[in-house]
Each structure stands twice: as structure tokens, then as C-alpha cells.
Design a protein around this ligand. Structure first.
Ligand SMILES: *Cc1c(COP(=O)(O)O)cnc(C)c1O
Length: 215
């Protein structure tokens, strides 16, 4: 799909589900796609890109360093990679444990604004998947608040295929955070195959890879 087709489709779903126009932003997930392709999408107006693999992302960032791209790290985080992630990204959407939060907070360079954080929720309670269980969220979020170089923005999920109920559940968790006094504004959910349902449930950021890059 072309970028403008995808943007129009997001707008159409906002309208269909009575969401305010432009309340859902697009993160272009560029893993396994070239710096040239990213440059082309940037020239068409796309500013935020998500990457899963640190080494691959850093290589592309070198080629694109003159562009004011907002980079999101969305992959699994190994503790020996936190320093480079803290230095080279504006967002981390896959925060799933306290030890990683501590390291990112310590290693975030002081000349940069706080690192924007989404907590990854293991909404389907899958055994081999990372993420915080829903019942542990409030405690975990409170810990994150004490880290001055991190800015908690909200939640992120990668649900099981066809579990559309996961979106509603995650929206409720986000509401629990808000009711508990957290200032969170980001609900990162919805990918190429399910972004309509995610928008219907209240997503504020869809992360789209294959639908955008394979055209
Ligand atoms: C790859 C990936 C996406 C994009 O998935 P598509 O199905 O290609 O749109 C979104 N989020 C995460 C965390 C991913 O790893």
C-alpha cells in the first residue's frame, strides 16, 4: 500500500469508529527494509519509524542521520544493548522488565530529552512472550515513574492472531492507569492485519510494516 493510501485508510477508520481525526498516528515498521526505502517514505511525510533489531537499525541511522526521524525501538531488549538503545532512539515501546528500565534510565544521555516509554503487556499471557502481566502493571508503572530520564507514555501489545478482545482489554488497562493518576497518552496497538479493530478499540498508534512496505 502507498503511504497516502494507508493514511487515508487510518482516517477512514477514525471516522467509522467515531474517533477524532488524526487521533491515531502511524509508526512505519521498517525492519528488514532499506535506508533508501525509509528515505523515500520520509520524503512523503512519514517521520516515525520502528525498528526491532539494534544492529540493523544503527546501520540505517548512519545513512539517514541528516533526517529528523523519530526512531522507536520495538524489539526484544537484551540488557547488553540498553546503552545504544538509550543513545539512539526517542522511544522504547517494548519495555518488559525493571532491570531494563533501570539501565535505560542510567544510560540515557543527559543532553537528550527523557526516553519515551511504552510498557509491553503480555495480554494473552502467552508462555514464550515477553511483557508484563496485567495484574502487575500498576506496580510496575509506579516504579517507572521514579526514573527521571524515562517518560511513561502508555502501553504496547502484540496480541495473538485473531484475539481482537485483546485490544479492548488493553484499552481498559490504559484507563486504569489514567484513573490512578498517570499521564499516559499512547496506546500502541494494531499491525497490518488488525489495525481496524485496534482503532475501533482506542489505539492511538498503529505499527504497520508489511502492508506499507510490500507494494
Ligand atoms: C514487525 C512488527 C510490526 C509490524 O507488523 P506488520 O504485520 O508487518 O505490520 C509491529 N510491531 C512489532 C512489535 C513488530 O515486530
Amino acid at each position: 500500500m502507498q503511504l497516502n493510501t494507508l493514511t487515508k485508510s487510518i482516517l477512514a477508520f477514525e471516522k467509522k469508529y467515531y474517533r477524532p481525526p488524526h487521533s491515531v498516528s502511524l509508526l512505519a515498521v521498517s525492519k528488514k527494509h532499506s535506508a533508501e526505502k525509509i528515505r523515500e517514505l520520509f520524503s512523503q511525510g512519514q517521520q516515525s519509524f520502528g525498528e526491532n533489531y539494534l544492529q540493523e537499525a544503527l546501520e540505517k541511522q548512519v545513512f539517514l542521520k541528516e533526517l529528523p526521524i523519530e526512531w522507536h525501538f520495538i524489539g526484544h531488549i537484551q540488557s547488553n544493548k540498553t546503552k545504544l538503545i538509550a543513545e539512539h532512539f526517542s522511544w522504547v515501546q517494548s519495555l518488559d522488565r525493571l532491570a531494563i528500565a533501570k539501565r535505560l534510565n542510567m544510560q540515557r544521555p543527559i543532553h537528550l530529552p527523557p526516553l519515551n516509554i511504552c510498557i509491553e503487556i503480555n495480554i494473552d499471557r502467552e508462555k514464550n512472550k515477553s511483557g508484563i502481566f496485567p495484574e502487575d502493571l500498576l506496580c510496575f508503572a509506579k516504579e517507572i515513574l521514579s526514573f527521571k530520564n524515562l517518560k511513561l507514555r502508555g502501553l504496547m501489545i502484540i496480541p495473538e492472531k485473531n484475539n481482537l478482545g485483546a485490544f479492548e482489554k488493553t484499552a481498559q488497562l490504559q484507563q486504569q492507569l489514567i484513573d490512578a493518576g498517570f499521564f499516559v497518552d499512547t496506546l500502541s496497538m494494531g499491525m497490518s492485519s488488525d489495525y481496524e479493530a485496534a482503532i475501533a478499540a482506542g489505539s492511538t498508534m498503529v505499527r504497520i510494516g508489511s502492508a506499507l512496505f510490500h507494494n
